[in-house]
Design a protein around this ligand. Structure first.
Ligand SMILES: NC(=O)c1ccc[n+]([C@@H]2O[C@H](COP(=O)([O-])OP(=O)(O)OC[C@H]3O[C@@H](n4cnc5c(N)ncnc54)[C@H](OP(=O)(O)O)[C@@H]3O)[C@@H](O)[C@H]2O)c1
Length: 253
C-alpha cells in the first residue's frame, strides 16, 4: 500500500482514478480548490496547500488541468507541484495523444508540462491518452440543441473511457517509472460524423448537421487524425456503449 497524491482527483478522469486506486487499497490524498471536495484544500495556480498535500506521498498522479481559461495555467500548476513533490518515487502525468503535432494553445501548455516533468529529476511516467467519451458526448450534446448543428464532421477521434484510462494509470503506477509510456486509445477510430450518428441513434438529435470545412493546421491535424493512435486500441468501452449507459456528463455542468 502506498500513499498517493492525486491532483485533479475531483475531475472527470480523476474521480475514476480515485475509485480505482481506492479499490487497490492505496491511501489517497485528493487535492482540490473546493473545501470538502477532496481530502486536501489547495490551489496549484498559487501553490497554496500543495506542499502539505504532497508531504510524505510516495506516488503522485497529476491529473489537474484548467482547460477553460484562455491562457492555459497548466505549466504554472505543474511547476508548483514539482516544487512540492519532495522525494516521491513516481510521478505520473496524464497527457494527450498528438499534442506535439497540433498547434492548439491548450496543447502547447500540455507539452510544456511534459517538458517540465521530464527535466525535473523526479522519476516520471507520461501517459498520453486520446479524447474521453465524456468530452465528445458533451460537444455533440451541446450541438444537438441547435436547430442546425455546424460541425467539423470529418475530424477523427478515438474516444476512450475514463475508467479504462484509470485502469492503465493504476497499472503504470504499480510499476517502475518508464518516462514516456505507449499512447493509450479507445477501441475505435471514428469520424465526428460517425460519432454524431451514434449520438443521434440514442438521443434523436442533432436533427440536422452541416459540415464546416475549418481551415488551418489545428483543423488539419484533427482531420488527419494525428490525435489518434490506431495501433493502440487499448480501451474496451465503445462510444456507443458509453452513450447508452451514461445520462449525466461531468463536462456538461
Ligand atoms: N478531456 C479529454 O478528452 C482528455 C483526453 C486526454 C487527456 N486529458 C487530460 O486528462 C487530465 C484530466 O482531465 P479532465 O478532463 O478529467 O479534467 P476536469 O474534469 O476538467 O477536472 C479538472 C481538475 O483539475 C483540478 N484543478 C483545476 N485547477 C486547479 C487548481 N488551480 N488547483 C488545484 N486543482 C485544480 C480540478 O479540481 P477542483 O475543481 O476540485 O479544484 C479538477 O479536479 C488533464 O490533464 C487533461 O489534459 C483529457
Amino acid at each position: 500500500m502506498s500513499t498517493v497524491l492525486i491532483t485533479g482527483g475531483t475531475g472527470a478522469l480523476g474521480t475514476r482514478i480515485v475509485d480505482r486506486l481506492r479499490r487497490d487499497g492505496h491511501q489517497l490524498r485528493v487535492l482540490s480548490r473546493r473545501a470538502g471536495a477532496g481530502t486536501h484544500l489547495g490551489d496549484l495556480n498559487t501553490g497554496a496547500g500543495v506542499a502539505e498535500a504532497a508531504a510524505g506521498a510516495d506516488l503522485i498522479v497529476h491529473a489537474a488541468t484548467d482547460s477553460r481559461r484562455l491562457r492555459c495555467p497548466d505549466p504554472v500548476q505543474t511547476e508548483h507541484l514539482l516544487r512540492a513533490v519532495g522525494d516521491a518515487r513516481h510521478l505520473l502525468y496524464i497527457s494527450i495523444v498528438g499534442i506535439d503535432q497540433i498547434p492548439f494553445r491548450y496543447y502547447r501548455g500540455k507539452l510544456a508540462c511534459e517538458r517540465l516533468i521530464a527535466d525535473s529529476g523526479v522519476p516520471y511516467t507520461i501517459l498520453r491518452a486520446t479524447q474521453f467519451h465524456e468530452l465528445l458526448a458533451a460537444a455533440i450534446g451541446a450541438a444537438a440543441r441547435l436547430p442546425l448543428a455546424p460541425l467539423p464532421l470529418d475530424f477523427r477521434f478515438q474516444p476512450v473511457a475514463t475508467a479504462d484510462v484509470a485502469t492503465r494509470i493504476a497499472e503504470l503506477l504499480d510499476g517502475e517509472p518508464v518516462g514516456t509510456a505507449a499512447d493509450f486509445g479507445g477501441p475505435e477510430v471514428l469520424t465526428l460524423g460517425q460519432l454524431v450518428e451514434i449520438w443521434r441513434a440514442a438521443h434523436g438529435g442533432p436533427r440536422r448537421t452541416v459540415r464546416i470545412p475549418l481551415p488551418g493546421r489545428i483543423a488539419g491535424g484533427f482531420r488527419r487524425g494525428v490525435n489518434t493512435c490506431p495501433e493502440h486500441r487499448d480501451g474496451t468501452e465503445t462510444f456507443a456503449q458509453f452513450v447508452a449507459e451514461n445520462e449525466t456528463n461531468p463536462y456538461a455542468r
